[in-house]
Design a protein around this ligand. Sequence first.
Ligand SMILES: O=c1ccn([C@@H]2O[C@H](COP(=O)(O)OP(=O)(O)O[C@H]3O[C@H](CO)[C@@H](O)[C@H](O)[C@H]3O)[C@@H](O)[C@H]2O)c(=O)[nH]1
Ligand SMILES: O=C(O)[C@H](O)COP(=O)(O)O
Length: 262
Amino acid sequence: MRVATSRRGSSTAPTRQRVAVVIPAKDESRRIAATVRAARAIPHVDLVLVVDDGSEDATQHVARDAGAVVVRHSHNRGKASAMETGAAVVAMRDVDGRPPRMLLFLDGDLGESAVNAAPLVQPVLEGAADLSIALLPPQPGAGGRGIVVGLARRSIQSMTGWTPTQPLSGMRCLTREAFEAATPLAHGWGVETGMTIDLLSKGFVAVEVPCDLRHRASGTDLRGQMHRAAQYRDVLLAVNARKMAGVARGVGRAFRLRRRGG
Ligand SMILES: O=c1ccn([C@@H]2O[C@H](COP(=O)(O)OP(=O)(O)O[C@H]3O[C@H](CO)[C@@H](O)[C@H](O)[C@H]3O)[C@@H](O)[C@H]2O)c(=O)[nH]1
Ligand SMILES: O=C(O)[C@H](O)COP(=O)(O)O
């Protein structure tokens, strides 16, 4: 388990704590049933919510038949938006007098391997971390050259001091407090990078946890390269927005100090 060098670990009571799995899904009808069934088998999970992000296939029906609660965007809005919708729906289904459910975000294409995300729950449940991020084994057919991953890793490193191994990994478990501190989420594929920067900057603790997960990796074909270009764009936008916000905060602080001094 790799631990970020940041402070703070929230003290989530281990008893009665429940976990909601949130699965953003766009055109995942081939794998979503196996993913949902496997997610339901993860200890502490009592709700599996699929957010169908404007799919053109039967994702919503297949997911419902497999036992998920399903909500749907009528138009595609991107992964980050699906995550926000999912968290809002979980909040509506939380019960008064019980702690809010922890959130476990899983991709829709994990299939049966989704059950192997279970080790993400424990560090957050025990309060050792606020955010746990899955470290995946090498994926068959993956065609990445590390360009997007490198951009995200270097950006997180320079802005927080922590060097994640897999900065784009979207399989992550976090407390509701941490999720709320990370909103509004960065758009689209920038969501993981933005979330990690925001949470570590605010003193939350992140860990990376090895999980034996398999997903549909992007290849080297045109589709794969187009996908990476979109990822690069979104990660860059997320990082630049946070850098600008940092500059604005610095200017504001200097201005206030000057006024106080004068
Ligand atoms: O508009 C979209 C596109 C995708 N998805 C879902 O988002 C998840 C991840 O998408 P995927 O196509 O599998 O992307 P990958 O490139 O394989 O994703 C890697 O990189 C992303 C960041 O760029 C992370 O979000 C992922 O967790 C990580 O597996 C899947 O469940 C998709 O169905 C949406 O909800 N809306
Ligand atoms: O295939 C991948 O690992 C992601 O799409 C990121 O691509 P990258 O190789 O440019 O980092």
